[in-house]
Ligand binder design. Structure first.
Ligand SMILES: [Mg+2]
Length: 319
């Protein structure tokens, strides 16, 4: 079994990796690879700017909505979809600089009708639901059925489309298996399950299109995840592809963070991250992982191991 410390460190790396990808990619969002090359050579610094004119280290909706989910869970002591919708509402009312159109519509719909599931819409196959999977993967670690329920419930607050659903489930499973120590073959097997069910996600010949369409987003993430050998290299590849670079960065960051672990996150990127965001992520990631079925099992195993150790040492004293 994976130790509690291993779970906590990889869970933290997944959540921080997501925020790093968001902050790094925000600079090149909506740019083409050629425009990025002309302006930066290779973009490799968390420098802010971009079309949102961010401060260096500032994050966007990907991280903010993920933190909304995490706050709702921690406030309620467990999964509560209405609490998630309320956190999204509070966030939207704070006038964030960047809100995806589908997310805005879903949250406004909740405000007006209290409805917790957007109706099916053929245009809802954007990446706005998959980008917030990190807290869901952490909370449900060790229980695939719970992952399925929570992933789809949070997704359909705003996005109701089979391709978005499938992407959320696959990314959630990849993050979880990576936290539990899976190798890259096991992660690739999860992508093959996805492409067997939905061949449109195939990425063996990558088109280079990194748009907000969830198929383009996952193809970009998978292409760089499986053709690079480090967290840093993977993220630099993804964000230099431009397009929806903050979200491709966020999704790549959560999988690669879980896979390569905490020590693989470049200190210069961690240092740049908005300190308030970093602190909240550090606290919530550990809480979520500790609440998860796998986290609780690892803690229980550790406690019983300690008890056994104490029992046997007492026994030897008596002898
Ligand atoms: Mg964003």
């Amino acid at each position: 079994m994976t130790s509690r410390t291993d779970i906590e460190r990889r869970a933290l790396a997944a959540f921080l990796g997501m925020a790093i990808g968001d902050a790094l990619g925000a600079t090149t969002e909506f740019m083409t690879p050629g425009e990025i090359r002309a302006k930066f050579g290779v973009h490799r610094k968390i420098a802010g700017g971009g079309w949102l004119r961010l401060k260096a280290g500032e994050v966007t909706d990907d991280t903010q909505m993920s933190l909304c989910i995490a706050r709702a869970v921690l406030r309620c002591g467990g999964w509560n979809l209405r609490a998630v919708a309320e956190e999204f509402t509070a966030w939207l009312k704070g006038n964030p600089p960047d809100v995806g159109a589908t997310c805005r519509r879903g949250i406004r719909d909740y405000i007006l009708t209290g409805r917790l599931e957007a109706p099916f819409n053929e245009w809802d196959a954007g990446n706005g639901a998959v980008m917030r999977m990190a807290p869901v993967a952490l909370l449900t670690l060790g229980d695939e059925a719970m992952l399925g329920r929570c992933a789809l419930a949070q997704a359909r607050l705003t996005h109701n489309h089979p391709l978005s659903d499938a992407a959320c489930l696959t990314v959630g499973r990849m993050v979880q298996q990576a936290i539990l120590g899976a190798d890259r073959f096991a992660l690739h097997a999860l992508t093959r399950e996805l492409t067997a069910a939905y061949p449109t996600f195939r990425f063996n010949t990558y088109s280079g299109n990194a748009s907000a369409y969830v198929v383009d987003t996952l193809q970009t993430v998978f292409n760089y995840l499986f053709t690079t050998g480090e967290f840093e290299e993977c993220l630099i590849g993804v964000v230099n592809q431009g397009g929806d670079a903050d979200t491709t960065g966020a999704v790549a960051g959560m999988i690669a963070g879980a896979f390569y672990g905490l020590d693989a996150l470049p200190p210069r990127w961690l240092k740049r991250l908005d300190p308030a965001v970093r602190t909240e992520i550090e606290e919530t990631a550990l809480h979520l992982a500790g609440m998860s079925p796998a986290g609780r099992a690892a803690s229980a195993a550790e406690a019983s191991g300690e008890r056994r150790f104490e029992d046997s040492s007492e026994g030897s004293r008596e002898a």
